[in-house]
Design a protein around this ligand. Structure first.
Ligand code: TTJ
Length: 659
């Protein structure tokens, strides 16, 4: 059988050639993360079908050879010939750039795909891809593969046209592909990454079941590692999950939805007895971490609706002023999931919804839905709690003004006494200066000995700094560890934070790879997130990853940073190997600390990103909440920076600057 079965496909393959030529343009990177984009493209196609009410289950199966299968029980990709292109719908979907959602727009309510590039990009960057369609009583199959011609590799070439394979009672689409090693090297799919995304999709698509099967790992009974999610109450379940471990003000989250010609959305809201504001927004199942017009619209709706409801129910008297948006948002957790056809993403990370027409649309629909909600039986208590909490927030607004004064004082120049513990660097070039915040005095001491004092400053932390989750600004500033950090960074705090005054380009947190270390890291990240957010969004915050082991013998020595990599290194070392295990930074000599964690050409730094704010928030509320068991379980499961799959966020991996 010839591979390129039909000469006119050459034209079809032109687009895929462009993808092979510049993969980064389509999937961001050619590292682990880019490889996962191949999967998200396929998954999103399946989710589109299911979320439109066709089918209710999507399964992802990780195979041993790093190939991966996505199967849904929807209607199946069209098999009939495309009128213009004269090939099957299946072939169009996998060979035409952008064909994913545009094959027949009336069949797709919303164009899917993480970046909307479609399934053909996955095909173009795979060694092979197989698709099986179960549709209208028949089973069909087709196969594509990358073909080498001399030095040139062409991706996604059909082996032969779509073939009818016989009868079936099933319905759905199944796609299996193997990412091409010529593009992605030895990158492999990561269970935790896929698990997290499928769980998020399960929350966003209530009633759809998501299953993940990992054929690489078996339990004692010989069953493959499996996760199975089905959240019948969708966004309400999402909110309950996010607020797990916090004290909520009312038990059942509010749920509203809206629909117009332009948009549909669902939204869940719940208030907790803390002072934070957490909005999580999604557009077409894609997280919009930078917010945008849908969030703005929702916030206006909440303020306007609750003020009107409060007046209507006599909770705000005529002579009392309206409460502010920030009052109603104190302690709020809200999730909004919006569906929209022509999406414009903006912002630094293209995670901000730009469509201006969305703001008034969401505002009106959400306002009406909230007024509707206030008329339902059983909403009275919830509304009373919300208004009461907002009134409390309004009262302390004045106190907060006072707190800002304190903040100014904390950053003023006469505060030298506070930086007593800081060993500053001699150089004044903030573009290269680095501040290490180090857990424990002993590690702090080693770090001071080891550092290059020209550009590396050390701030040892005694014990745990203040838990900032449950405090208002003025209380936060009473804490000495926190004041030391503020003074050292020199850029102020809260609304007075001025990134241009920052004295260090990199702020590197060095904590042990254990539960206490994870806790300290979380507290510091929470503090930065709440009071110096730009520090994180502008990419100045890093977590230094310390090695867990050294594997060595005569003429061999290698540090291991990831538990999962230990075996590999042992094999590499060979017979007669020895292992040294590091329980904490404090156990390392100054030399070792320098060579593993501080020297720019050797260390492993993970740049802290807001990419997954939902998970960060959950981490924070779990860490800071009162549920100690949940906290412990969470830390060991999720707060592990010693994982190579995380190293892709790295500003530098062993000295290599970010691509
Ligand atoms: C299109 O309109 C007619 C009925 O079927 C619609 C469709 O394309 N459905 C569809 C596509 N269901 N599932 C997919 C799909 C699933 C996976 C896993 C991967 C891809 C590329 C598409």
């Amino acid at each position: 059988m010839s591979n390129a079965y039909n000469s006119k496909d050459i034209l079809v393959l032109d687009g895929l050639d462009a993808v092979r030529l510049r993969p980064g343009m389509y999937i961001g990177t050619t590292g682990v993360k880019g490889m996962h984009h191949l999967l998200w493209e396929i998954v999103d196609n399946g989710v589109d079908e299911l979320s439109n009410g066709h089918g209710n289950k999507l399964t992802v199966t990780m195979h041993k050879d790093n190939s991966i299968t996505v199967a849904d029980n929807g209607r199946g990709i069209p098999v009939d010939k495309h009128p213009k292109l004269k090939v099957s719908g299946v072939e169009v979907v996998f060979t035409q750039l952008h064909a994913g959602g545009k094959f027949n727009n009336s069949n797709y309510a919303y164009s899917g795909g993480l970046h909307g590039v479609g399934a053909s990009v996955t095909n173009a960057l795979s060694e092979w891809l197989k698709v099986t369609v179960y549709k209208d009583g028949y089973k069909y199959a087709m196969e594509f593969s990358a073909v080498e011609k001399g030095k040139k590799v062409t991706g996604g070439v059909p082996k032969e046209p779509l073939k009818m394979m016989g009868k079936t009672k099933l319905s759905g689409t199944e796609v299996t592909f193997l990412p091409d090693k010529r593009i992605f090297g030895d990158a492999i799919f990561d269970f935790d990454t896929i698990n997290k995304r499928l769980k998020e999709l399960a929350f966003l698509n209530g009633g759809v079941e998501f299953v993940l099967i990992d054929e690489n790992v078996k339990d004692e009974e010989g069953n493959y590692r499996t996760k199975d999610y089905n959240f019948k109450n969708g966004l309400k379940d999402f909110i309950k999950y996010l607020n797990d471990g916090t004290n909520v003000v009312y038990k059942d989250p509010i749920y509203i939805e809206g629909k117009s010609d332009l948009i549909t959305f669902g939204c869940a809201i719940q208030h907790a007895d803390n002072y934070n504001e957490n909005f999580f927004s999604f557009v077409n199942n894609i997280p919009t971490s930078e917010g945008g017009t849908h969030e703005v619209g929702l916030k206006s709706a909440i303020t306007r609706a609750f003020n009107d409801i409060a007046r209507e129910q006599g909770l705000l008297k005529d002579k009392e002023q309206n409460l502010l948006g920030e009052d109603y948002r104190e302690g709020i957790t809200a999730v909004i999931s919006l569906k929209l056809k022509n999406v414009q993403f903006e912002g630094q990370t293209k995670t901000k919804l730009g469509n201006p027409e969305v703001r008034p649309e969401v505002e009106n629909l959400a306002y009406n839905a909230l007024i509707e909600f206030s008329k339902q039986k059983g909403s009275k208590n919830i509304i009373a709690e919300i208004i009461n909490k907002a009134k409390g927030a309004a009262k302390v607004r004045l106190a907060a003004k006072h707190a800002k004064e304190t903040a100014r004082k904390a950053t003023s120049a006469d505060n030298y006494s506070l930086v007593g513990k800081l060993s500053s660097c001699t150089g004044k070039n903030y573009l290269i200066n680095e501040l290490f915040i180090v857990e424990g005095d002993s590690a702090g001491g080693s770090a001071k000995q080891a550092r290059d004092r020209h550009y590396q400053a050390i701030l040892p932390l005694k014990g745990k700094p203040l838990n900032v989750e449950k405090k208002r600004l003025n209380q936060v500033l009473d804490n000495e560890e926190i004041r030391t950090i503020i003074s050292a960074l020199g850029a102020g705090i809260g609304t007075d934070f001025k990134i241009e005054n920052l004295k260090y380009n990199k702020v590197i947190i060095l904590a042990d790879a254990d539960q206490d270390g994870a806790h300290i890291r979380a507290i510091l990240l929470t503090f930065f997130y709440r009071y110096m957010r730009e520090l994180i969004t502008e990419g100045h915050v890093y977590v230094g990853v310390a090695p867990l082991y050294r594997v060595y013998k005569k003429n061999f020595s290698e540090y291991v940073y990831d538990d999962d990599k230990l075996e590999k290194v042992i094999k590499k070392c060979g017979a007669g190997y020895q292992i040294q295990r590091y329980k904490g930074l404090g156990e390392m000599t100054a030399d070792q600390l320098w060579n593993t964690t501080m020297a720019p050409d050797k260390r492993v730094l993970v740049q802290v990103q807001l990419e997954d704010v939902a998970e960060a928030e959950r981490m924070i509320s779990t860490f800071m909440g009162d549920n100690i068991e949940a906290r412990k379980a969470y830390i060991s499961e999720n707060a592990n920076f010693n994982k190579e799959s995380n190293f892709e966020h790295i500003g530098e991996v062993n000295g290599e600057e970010e691509r």
